[in-house]
Design a protein. Structure first.
Length: 233
């Protein structure tokens, strides 16, 4: 499969039909393009979950989910902030979610990660990679999930590119040729080279440490600045 590398992130061709998030996370890349024939069903399952509630004020909605959706509404309906908790606006949101061309916002990723019970590593050109873990507090206790649909994948790395998600992986850049084979009199790797290699690993691991939940909002502010509802590639 062909791939392009930028800032140590390798992005793989991913189907862009409005469901690119699902293709990027759950797709099979055997054809050279990441895609899944279950993308539409996954969107429907997400819509089904959200449809349990009538509005952001619905007492059945878990508080962490309400807080998460409030962040989403700040992006989707920023001009109607005073009416966030109305049932009419929530119905409009559900209508948008059901459309294949609705681009999944960064704030919605924790919800989908929790529904699918998968850890998602999100790369964005504006920030270090973010680790999004499943959070059971976002899911109401009486909701019956569909693990058969989501499959058993434990984690995946994706890249957000404004209006498109791609399958990705973070790569450690190869050692410079000039450093290869350099030895001191004791036939050991010089200390400065060993330190450099260790620092590269530390730095890369550091970017994958779990960030506070508020960081996702910061990513969104940078990735979706002034963005209203739009379709992905």
């Amino acid at each position: 499969m062909q791939k392009t590398i930028s800032n140590k992130v390798a992005k793989y061709p991913t189907k862009g039909d409005g469901n690119c998030f699902f293709h990027a996370v759950f797709g099979n890349n055997s054809s050279g393009v990441c895609e899944t024939d279950r993308a539409g069903e996954m969107r429907q399952e997400w819509h089904k979950f959200l449809s349990q509630f009538k509005s952001l004020d619905d007492p059945k909605m878990p508080n962490p989910l309400r807080e998460r959706l409030s962040l989403v509404f700040h992006n989707v309906f920023s001009w109607q902030e005073s009416g966030f908790c109305t049932d009419g606006l929530y119905k409009r949101y559900l209508s948008e979610v059901s459309k294949q061309g609705y681009l999944i916002h960064v704030e919605e990723i924790p919800i989908l990660a929790s529904l699918a019970n998968i850890e998602i590593r999100l790369c964005c050109s504006f920030t270090h990679p973010q680790r999004v873990k499943p959070d059971s507090s976002l899911i109401n206790a009486d909701y019956i999930g569909n693990q058969r649909l989501w499959g058993g994948k434990v984690r995946e790395t994706i890249c957000h590119e404004g209006v498109h998600y791609s399958r990705a992986e973070v790569e450690v850049q190869p050692q410079k040729r000039a450093d290869i084979g350099v030895r001191d009199n004791n036939n050991k790797i010089p200390l400065n080279i060993a330190q450099e290699k260790e620092e590269n690993v530390s730095c890369l691991n550091e970017t994958f440490k779990e960030e506070p939940k508020s960081c996702l909002g910061n990513v969104s502010a940078q990735c979706f600045l002034n963005q209203t509802i739009r379709g992905s590639k």
